[in-house]
Design a protein around this ligand. Sequence first.
Ligand code: PMP
Length: 351
Amino acid sequence: MKAFEKNIRKVEPYVPGEQPQHKVIKLNTNENPYPPAPGVTRALEEMDTDRLRLYPDPTAGPLVEELARFYHVNPDQVFVGVGSDDVLSMCFLTFFNSEKPIYFPDITYSFYKVWADLYRIPYECQKLDENFRIVKEDYYKENGGVIFPNPNAPTAIYEELDVVEDIIAHNQDVIVIVDEAYVDFAGRSVLELIDKYENLIVVQTFSKARSMAGMRIGYAISNPMLIKYLNDAKYSFNSYTMNQTSLICGVEAVKDRAYFEAAVHKIIETREWAKGELAKLGFHYLDSSANFIFAMHPKYDAKELFEALKANNIYVRYWGSERIEQYMRITIGTREEMEALFDFLRKYMNR
Ligand code: PMP
């Protein structure tokens, strides 16, 4: 090891799902199979590229205002970033500065552990129960902050608001972040409680229900005080996080509520049908409230199945980590994509 290496920040990075460059049935990174709202395409076609000479609005004003309108909050309650990964990373940096460990579930979005390591935040994972449910009492102990997704990933399990509220209420001396990347496919959002709890931050994304993973837009909604702290950290890091193109397209995506709701409805419909198909094939799965299903088959090894699917250009996600070695996560695609998946599985099982 070189002498200078001892002062280098070493991190074990997050490993994103594969983005193959050839055509595949892509059910591995929870993207939306439908295109973004028509207004987004129009905005791109009509974009004044001369505007790209200039720096974008550092406050992301129009996008913040459009989101504030959509969610019936004030613009000073909204923070936007380059995907919710950027927003969550800023939240870790801003709000998790205690010597006490932050808490999150043992099976959850694996980026949390990476940010905690990157920013040297102590953390302690709280075990989901044998049915992969959050045990709310585990979060009653003193801690340095709490974060969990609802619905959780990769389990897709949604906890009702009373469970989420109980965790927030028991942790009013620290910040609680609820990562609602998938809430549009689930049920009530914890945004309802934003005025009731000063310690609550809600994070959502354009990557799933709004079909814009490639544009990279995420946002946090909270009270003006916490949003101010978040902006102070952001302006100390990079003033121009949001590029001009995503500001314009983001506004168009939020404006079209009808299109957004229709896409969500189609995905939920396909998900419910897919659950039945999986059951017919003998799969066990957790009851999904997201745009993916976490499934296992008692007779077929998950890794072998994952590889067989991949060899046939059907990509799903597999981790092989503790407690979930036999599970695969299958994103809900179009009805046709899901039919291709089930056709393959039927053939595989009848070999
Ligand atoms: N939170 C959860 C739970 C996720 O699964 C993801 C998607 N990988 C994200 C946040 C980040 O999504 P994005 O950065 O695309 O908004």
